[in-house]
Design a protein around this ligand. Structure first.
Ligand code: LLP
Length: 446
């Protein structure tokens, strides 16, 4: 996906589009859950802010929508022990995709049976830890994993709970790199070639493995239930085949990928209850058609819970006017960039930004850029900002809660920013800001 040409429109005001629900403008000042953004900047910038109650409400909305089923929060979007505790207390389980995410969920006190483990290249050590912690589901992603997991389970004298990730051929969502259900990519086992069926059969025949259900994840930034319904129908046809062979399919997990608004121009995604209704009606129709029982349903939303609840606060370091073919563009350089949000560089993702203070200056077409040594180091490609924005000003970027901190790096030896949870009750660090000792401490000679 190339950068979509965005008109230089101002960011929507709080209360609209991508902003967290508890952000408001009070007497000209941006305020999050009763805390002035300009005061929060005293913690240092760049700084990730999370509207705790917004994130919890979004989690609860999925739990409410799914009813008799399970919501696994996709930890890859943003996971800390504190976030794991929030999700648990709202009734969610945790989806992990690596040993580190598994360890983080466990550190948050999540019981093993409420954790799912994914991965297309799981180490023996990761599988051993998963079995030791009593993880509720291990999602098998390749033929060789059957023997790998069975061997470890046999050695430990346990039976491993297995799901099988299938590739349905449904292509939905945004950038090619985040679409995951077409044939020519690394995830899942093909329904079309019979690979999925061979793996399920091998699992059911193995005394050290228990087959619990089918998993499908079709991509990211999906705005309505159509793609999920198509994937559900394909998964259910496969379930009917398996049941015909005498293999029970108690549960179907349709993964994550529910979209959000990043800018004021993005369409609104379907609300949780409508998404689930669309998915359930596809499953019910397939069950009627094939005469099989309705399986338990689970889903794995990440971005739609953590994304809009999070923002990034930057301080402006410099501004520069540059002549382009379309006129003058103001470049506003901030103190972070691709190290705290790689998504514009990686996917051409668009964001929007608000000047924290009030200004009645004219708006000028602006591009917010980072401090890194790359011309692709863009924070907000196109936004109209007040002409008097200058060094020292604060800018707030919306919807960075998902895949911001979790994909952050130390590029150019920066310290990764902390993540501050903000609510009416106060503020607390979910992740403390890195220190120079954190950055330099990895060198044996420092
Ligand atoms: N379940 C599975 C198996 C997944 O692979 C993913 C995302 C999710 C759930 C959660 O998807 P979500 O609801 O957050 O869209 N880094 C990219 C997205 C990669 C997502 C990979 N898998 C981004 O920044 O957009």
């Amino acid at each position: 996906m190339a950068f979509a040409p965005l008109a230089a429109v101002p960011a929507p005001e709080p209360g609209f589009g991508p902003w967290p629900v508890n952000l408001e403008r009070v007497d000209g000042e941006l305020v999050l859950a009763g805390h002035k953004i300009s005061d929060l900047a005293d913690e240092g910038t760049p700084l990730y802010l999370v509207d705790e109650n917004d994130m919890r409400d979004r989690a609860r909305a999925w739990v409410h929508a799914i009813g008799d089923g399970d919501v696994y929060y996709a930890g890859k979007s943003f996971l800390t022990p504190g976030v794991a505790r929030w999700m648990m207390s709202e009734g969610l389980c945790i989806d992990t995709a690596s040993e580190g995410e598994l360890r983080t969920a466990l550190a948050g006190g999540v019981p093993g049976e409420r954790i799912g483990l994914h991965g297309n290249s799981k180490s023996d050590a990761t599988l051993r830890l998963a079995l030791e912690s009593g993880v509720g589901r291990i999602v098998i992603d390749s033929p060789g994993e059957v023997d790998q997991l069975a061997g470890i389970a046999a050695e430990m004298g346990v039976v491993a709970p297995c799901f099988v990730r299938v590739t349905t051929g449904v292509h939905a969502g945004g950038h090619d790199f985040i679409a995951t259900a077409h044939e020519d990519q690394k995830f899942g086992l093909s329904l079309a070639t019979g690979a999925a069926q061979r793996v399920v059969t091998a699992i059911s025949a193995n005394p050290h493995l228990e087959f619990l259900g089918l998993h499908s994840h079709i991509g990211s930034q999906i705005l309505d239930s159509e793609g999920f319904a198509a994937a559900a129908a394909a998964v259910m046809d496969f379930a009917a085949e398996l049941i015909g062979m005498g293999i029970d399919v108690p549960e179907v997990d349709l993964g994550g990928g529910y979209g959000i608004q990043y800018t004021g121009l993005d369409p609104k995604p379907a609300i949780e209850i409508d998404m689930i209704a669309g998915i359930r009606s596809a499953i019910d129709a397939a069950c009627q058609r094939t005469g099989i029982p309705v399986p338990r349903l689970s889903i794995e939303p990440g971005r739609s819970i953590s994304g809009p609840a999070g923002m990034t606060l930057y301080r402006v370091g410099a501004t520069k006017d540059v002549m382009t073919d379309d006129g003058v563009r103001r470049y506003v350089s901030v103190d972070g960039g691709m190290s705290d949000n790689i998504r514009p560089a990686l996917y051409g993702a668009d964001y929007t930004a608000l000047l924290v203070r009030e200004s009645d200056a004219d708006l000028v077409p602006s591009r917010v850029v980072g401090m890194h040594c790359e011309s692709g180091d863009i924070v907000v490609r196109d936004v109209a900002l007040a002409a008097d924005v200058s060094r020292g000003d604060l800018l707030l970027v919306a919807a960075t809660g998902a895949y911001g901190r979790s994909m952050a790096s130390n590029y150019n030896m920066v310290r990764r920013p902390g993540v501050l949870a903000v609510s009416e009750d106060g503020t607390s660090w979910l992740v403390r800001p890195e220190t120079w000792d954190d950055v330099l401490g990895i060198f044996p000679d420092c």
